[in-house]
Design a protein around this ligand. Sequence first.
Ligand code: AMP
Length: 395
Amino acid sequence: MSDRNILVINCGSSSIKFALVHEYEPTFRLQGLAERLGSPEAVLQWQVGPEKQIKDMPGADHQAALSFILPLAQKAAGGHLDGIGHRVVHGGEHFTSAGIVNDEVLEGIRASAQLAPLHNPANLIGIEAAIELFPGLPQVAVFDTAFHQSMPDYAYHYAVPEFLYKEHGVRRYGFHGTSHRYVSKRAAEMTGLPVEDSCWLSAHLGNGSSTCAIVNGESRDTSMGMTPLEGLVMGTRSGDVDPNLHSYLASTLGWSLDQIDNMLNRDSGLKGLSGLSNDMRTIYEAKKAGHQGATLAFNVFCYRLAKSLAGMACALPRLDGLIFTGGIGENSAAVRAQTVEFLKLFNIKLDAEANARCVCGVAGEIQAAGSPRVMVVPTNEERQIALDTLALLDD
Ligand code: AMP
């Protein structure tokens, strides 16, 4: 079989990101983003080759946007759309891998919705709209959490009363699984190591950030937990804080749970520390210009990342390489340099020239001679979702 095309759909609460992935072509034939869905400012942007287009769709909801996107995808695929791969954020303990969408899978996504109330319902809307518009096309759900279902129990349990896990699903699940899996497989390919005998630390650094320890193609630990708030400092998310912060803020400032939740998810991280921006480009430029808040934000980001990587090393029998990916990991030589500087005991030395060269999608090894391996590997979650979809179509 050859020449297959998969439409990859990532539905957020008010957005749809999409890409048409051809199984052998490295670039997408079609990609785009519908934003502000459900509002008068709803807008759809897409790109076929170099050609960019934009369409105002006032009041359009997910269904309306998808009924425009799906024919676009059919056309870009030359009439041969073979399946749709849906990104689903939370699969709970129901899914250890991707699944062809059927009643059971839909039920599993619904059952996990209380763990991701902002994401899973939006993912479901996308799946249901796509089924209605293209009933004959195979649809596959690919879960952010599935890759981490291989974590051992001592890595995923919180030390809280066991009934909270057994009856309410309170445990660490981890996210960004599609990205960590993709880059660790790519790193193995690039170095000639077999996936099933390789050990990696991966740092996915974007608006959301997480680390992962990957042994022989399986996640053994990751920094995000029951929700994507745990772990690293992110664009607007705090990452780890003292769990007593909630009761302290409630009793001293009278803050409600909603206010605290909002502060930790939307007003913290790089944005909260710098008072300037959630974007690492802005933070780094301001740091260079001597801005104190930006300097602190940069240093806390890198130190906490180094500390997380050092912790993740507990899950590895050896280290074949440290992988940087995501918008920051792929583009910020300065974050990479500062992070390994904080990881003194790893004895990593970077090759400054190689580190500077690996930006804007350039992959490669960036360590100096004799140092443990450090790699920059651009992630491609859309391709991984398409590969998972194709694999299920082949079954
Ligand atoms: P992502 O969520 O993976 O798309 O990453 C988005 C983030 O990557 C942005 O918010 C920026 O902070 C960061 N980013 C993109 N380009 C650069 C760059 N050249 N230098 C530093 N950070 C960057």
